[in-house]
Ligand binder design. Structure first.
Ligand SMILES: Cc1cc2nc3c(=O)[nH]c(=O)nc-3n(C[C@H](O)[C@H](O)[C@H](O)COP(=O)(O)O)c2cc1C
Length: 302
C-alpha cells in the first residue's frame, strides 16, 4: 500500500483491534501495523440520517479510536469499513482521514443471493464503491475481498486497476453449521485453522505479480511458516487474527523469531530477497498452482 512497515505482520481487523488498550498491547509486542475493527456501512448511514438527534454514535467512537490509536502508537493505523453500497457512508471516509488513519481497508462482499442478478451486475457495485471512495480520499486504500468470484483473476486485475493500493486475500466468513444431535443450526468455527491458508496462498501466488497493487495474505496464518509461505507466494505482508485470539498479543515475538531463524537458515538477509520467489510467474512449475483438479498427486494415492 506504499506504507513502510517494520516487519510483515499486521494484526487484522477484529475485536482485538476495537479498543486502544488491546491495540497498544499488540504494538508493544512488535506487530507492524493494525487494521481496526470494521465500522459497518449501516452505522455510518444511520449517523448520516440521524445526526441532529443522535450526535454521539458508533461513528464518533470510531473516530476517537483512530485518534487515540494514532496518539499512542508509532505504527500505522489502518481503518476498516464494511461496505456494500456507494451511498451516504462514503462521505465519512473523509472523517476517517481527518482522524489520522494511515490507510483505509474496505471489506466488501456483495452476497450473490439475488437470482435475478448475474455476476457482472453484482460486481459492478465493487467498482462504484471504490470509485466513490477514491474520489473522496487520497490515503492508501486496500480492498479485502472474498474468495468467491466466478472470474477471480480478471476481477482481481480490474480491482487493481482502479487505483487501490492493496488487495487483501481473503476475508473469512462466519459459516453456520449443523448439530446432528440437537438437529439444529449452530454457529460454525469462529477461528480459522492452519490448513485454511491453502486457498488464499494459491491465489496470492497466482495474482501477486499480475495485479497493479500490493497483496496481503489473510486467513490461516498460525505460525511463522504461514508468514514465510505467503511472502514466498508474493504477498508484501500478512494479516493475523485467529492466532492472536488463541495465543495473545505477545505471539508476534514468537512469529518474528521463527521468521528470522528461517531467513538465517536460508541465508536471506532481507525480506525482498525471497518475497515472491514462488509466485506463479517465478516458480519453475506454474502448473502446481493452476491444476485445480486431481492430477499426479492424487492419482498416485491408491
Ligand atoms: C472475532 C472476529 C472478529 C472479526 N471482525 C472483523 C471485522 O470487523 N472486519 C473484518 O474485515 N474482518 C473481521 N474478521 C475477520 C478477520 O479480519 C480475518 O479476515 C479472518 O479472521 C481470517 O484471518 P485469521 O485466519 O488470521 O483469523 C474478524 C474475525 C474474528 C475471528
Amino acid at each position: 500500500m506504499g506504507i513502510r512497515l517494520r516487519n510483515p505482520v499486521i494484526a487484522g481487523s477484529s475485536g482485538l483491534t476495537s479498543r486502544p488498550e488491546s491495540i497498544i498491547e499488540l504494538a508493544r509486542h512488535g506487530v507492524a501495523a493494525v487494521v481496526l475493527k470494521s465500522l459497518f456501512e449501516e452505522d455510518m448511514a444511520l449517523q448520516a440520517r440521524q445526526h441532529v438527534t443522535h450526535p454521539a454514535t458508533r461513528m464518533d467512537d470510531y473516530l476517537r479510536l483512530i485518534e487515540t490509536a494514532k496518539q499512542r502508537l508509532d505504527i500505522p493505523v489502518i481503518a476498516s469499513v464494511n461496505c456494500i453500497s456507494p451511498h451516504e457512508w462514503t462521505g465519512f471516509s473523509r472523517k476517517i482521514v481527518s482522524a489520522g488513519a494511515d490507510g483505509l481497508e474496505m471489506n466488501m462482499f456483495v452476497p450473490p443471493s439475488d437470482p435475478m442478478k448475474n455476476s457482472e451486475e453484482n460486481e459492478k457495485l465493487y467498482f462504484e464503491i471504490i470509485t466513490e471512495v477514491r474520489r473522496q480520499v487520497k490515503i492508501p486504500l486496500a480492498v479485502k475481498i472474498s474468495p468467491y468470484f466466478s472470474g477471480m483473476t480478471k476481477m482481481a486485475l480490474k480491482l487493481s486497476w482502479t487505483g487501490i493500493n492493496g488487495l487483501v486475500m481473503f476475508n473469512r466468513f462466519y459459516s453456520p453449521d449443523i448439530d446432528i444431535e440437537e438437529i439444529r443450526v449452530v454457529p460454525g468455527r469462529i477461528f480459522s485453522t492452519p490448513d485454511e491458508i491453502a486457498h488464499p496462498l494459491r491465489w496470492v501466488a497466482m495474482l501477486s505479480d499480475r495485479v497493479m497493487c500490493d497483496t496481503a495474505g489473510s486467513t490461516g496464518v498460525h505460525d511463522y511458516t504461514g508468514i514465510v509461505r505467503f511472502l514466498l507466494a508474493g504477498a508484501k505482508a500478512v494479516q493475523i487474527v485467529s492466532a492472536y485470539y488463541e495465543n495473545g498479543p505477545s505471539y508476534t515475538e514468537k512469529l518474528l523469531e521463527g521468521l528470522t531463524a528461517w531467513m538465517e537458515r536460508h541465508n536471506f538477509d532481507n525480506i525482498n530477497a525471497f518475497m515472491g520467489k514462488l509466485s506463479l510467474k517465478k516458480t519453475e512449475n506454474p502448473a502446481e498452482y493452476e491444476r485445480f483438479q486431481f492430477l499426479k498427486t492424487f492419482s498416485s494415492i491408491e
